[in-house]
Design a protein around this ligand. Structure first.
Ligand SMILES: NC(=O)c1ccc[n+]([C@@H]2O[C@H](COP(=O)([O-])OP(=O)(O)OC[C@H]3O[C@@H](n4cnc5c(N)ncnc54)[C@H](O)[C@@H]3O)[C@@H](O)[C@H]2O)c1
Length: 333
C-alpha cells in the first residue's frame, strides 16, 4: 500500500483539491498542499486537522519554494491555475505567468527531486470547436483562448521533458459539477443549479453549445486511479475524463426537472462563448477500467442539499465561489 508516501498537490485548496485531498488522506497518503489559498485555508473540513496534511502557502512561480516542496515527494498532481477564461482574461500577464511560465520550473523541480509520477490537469477545452460527434484524445486541437492554448503548451512541455524515471500523465477533464468544500459557482451545471435554487430562474447563455460534464466525485476517483495505475499503461498518455455530454439548454432543462419541487423559469440570452465539443472517454475506460459512477443529476441534488442545509452562504454574490470576483477582491498579481 502507499502508506506514508507523499503526494504534492499544487492548487490543492481549490475546488478539485478540496474534494480530492481529504480522499487521499483517507487512503493513507501524506498530502502536501501547495497553494496561495486564495479561497481559504480551512477548505478540507475535518481533514484540515489530519496529521498527514501539510500546507505550504506559496506561489508556484517561486522556484526556490517549489524545489523545496518537491523534496521527498512520490507524485505531483498539478492543479494550480487561473482556472477559467474570464479570470485568465482579467489579467492575461498574471495568467500566463502562472499557467504557462511557471510550468517548466515545476517539472524540472519534480525531476530533480526524483518524483516518480507527474499528473497534469489540462482541460478538454484544448479541442476548441470540433465537428466530430465526439472528440478523442488524438483529435486536432484548436484551442480558442489563451487559457486553453497554454494548457496545450504545458502538455507539450511535459511530453518533451526527459522521462528520467518519471511517469508523465495528462488529464483532460470535462467541465466539473457538484459540491465541494471550496465551491465554484462559475461552472455551468453549478451556476444553473444555484440560480434555480436561489431565484427560481435560470439564465441560459446561448444554449446550443455542447459541453462535456463530469461529477467532481468521479474526477476524484480518476486522480486516485491515475496515482497508482501501472506506469506502462499511462506513461505519456493523455486521457479525456468526461461522462455526460449535454447542450447548455439541455443542462438547464435537466436542472429544472431534477429540482421538480421548485418553480423554475428558463430565460435564454445570446452568448459570445462559442466553445462547443463533446468528448469521448473510452480510452481511460479501456486502458484502466475507469467508468464514471456519478451523474450530473446527482451533482444537482447534492448542491441542492448543501444549499438547503445552509452550507452555501450567499451563493449568488459570495466572491469565494467565483474565481474572477475573488481575484478582483484580492488584487491578485
Ligand atoms: N473545475 C473544472 O471544471 C475543471 C475542468 C477542467 C480542468 N480543470 C483544471 O483542474 C485544475 C483545478 O481546477 P479547480 O476547479 O480546482 O480550480 P480552482 O480555481 O478552484 O483552484 C485553483 C487553485 O490554485 C491556486 N493557485 C492559483 N495560482 C497559484 C499560484 N501561482 N501558486 C499556488 N497556487 C495557486 C488557487 O489558490 C486555487 O486554490 C485547474 O488546473 C483547472 O484548469 C478544472
Amino acid at each position: 500500500m502507499n502508506a506514508k508516501q507523499t503526494i504534492l498537490v499544487t492548487g490543492g485548496a481549490g475546488y478539485v483539491g478540496s474534494a480530492l485531498v481529504p480522499r487521499l488522506l483517507q487512503q493513507g497518503w501524506t498530502v502536501r498542499v501547495f497553494d496561495l489559498f486564495w479561497y481559504g485555508e480551512r477548505v478540507f473540513a475535518e481533514a484540515n486537522d489530519h496529521p498527514a496534511l501539510q500546507l505550504v502557502k506559496a506561489d508556484i512561480r517561486d522556484q526556490g519554494v517549489v524545489r523545496q516542496a518537491c523534496a521527498g515527494v512520490e507524485a505531483v498532481i498539478h492543479l494550480a491555475c487561473i482556472s477559467n477564461d474570464p479570470s485568465f482574461e482579467l489579467n492575461p500577464q498574471l495568467g500566463k505567468s502562472i499557467n504557462l511560465d511557471a510550468f517548466p520550473g515545476l517539472v524540472q523541480a519534480a525531476q530533480a527531486a526524483g518524483v516518480r509520477r507527474f499528473i497534469y490537469a489540462s482541460s478538454s477545452s484544448v479541442y476548441g470547436i470540433r465537428p466530430e460527434p465526439e472528440v478523442r484524445e488524438d483529435a486536432p486541437k484548436t484551442p480558442l483562448t489563451d487559457y486553453s492554448l497554454f494548457k496545450l503548451q504545458c502538455e507539450e512541455m511535459l511530453m518533451a521533458a526527459a522521462d528520467g524515471g518519471m511517469t508523465k500523465i495528462i488529464v483532460r477533464p470535462a467541465t466539473l459539477c457538484g459540491y465541494a468544500p471550496r465551491m465554484r459557482f462559475d461552472l455551468t451545471v453549478n451556476i444553473l443549479t444555484i440560480q434555480a435554487l436561489v431565484s427560481g430562474r435560470i439564465r441560459i447563455l446561448g444554449g446550443a453549445q455542447f459541453r462535456p460534464n463530469l461529477n467532481i466525485l468521479d474526477m476524484v476517483r480518476a486522480y486516485e486511479l491515475l496515482l497508482t495505475a501501472p506506469p506502462e499503461k499511462v506513461q505519456g498518455i493523455p486521457f479525456n475524463v468526461g461522462y455526460q455530454n449535454y447542450s447548455v439548454a439541455a443542462i438547464a432543462q435537466m436542472v429544472k426537472q431534477t429540482l421538480a419541487d421548485e418553480k423554475i423559469e428558463l430565460d435564454c440570452v445570446p452568448s459570445n462563448d462559442t466553445r462547443s465539443y463533446r468528448i469521448n472517454s473510452d480510452r481511460i475506460r479501456e486502458q484502466l477500467g475507469f467508468a464514471p459512477r456519478h451523474s450530473v443529476e446527482e451533482a444537482v441534488h447534492i448542491i441542492a442539499e448543501a444549499y438547503r442545509q445552509g452550507r452555501l452562504a450567499e451563493p449568488l454574490t459570495n466572491p469565494l465561489y467565483y474565481n474572477i470576483k475573488r481575484m478582483q477582491q484580492l488584487g491578485a498579481r
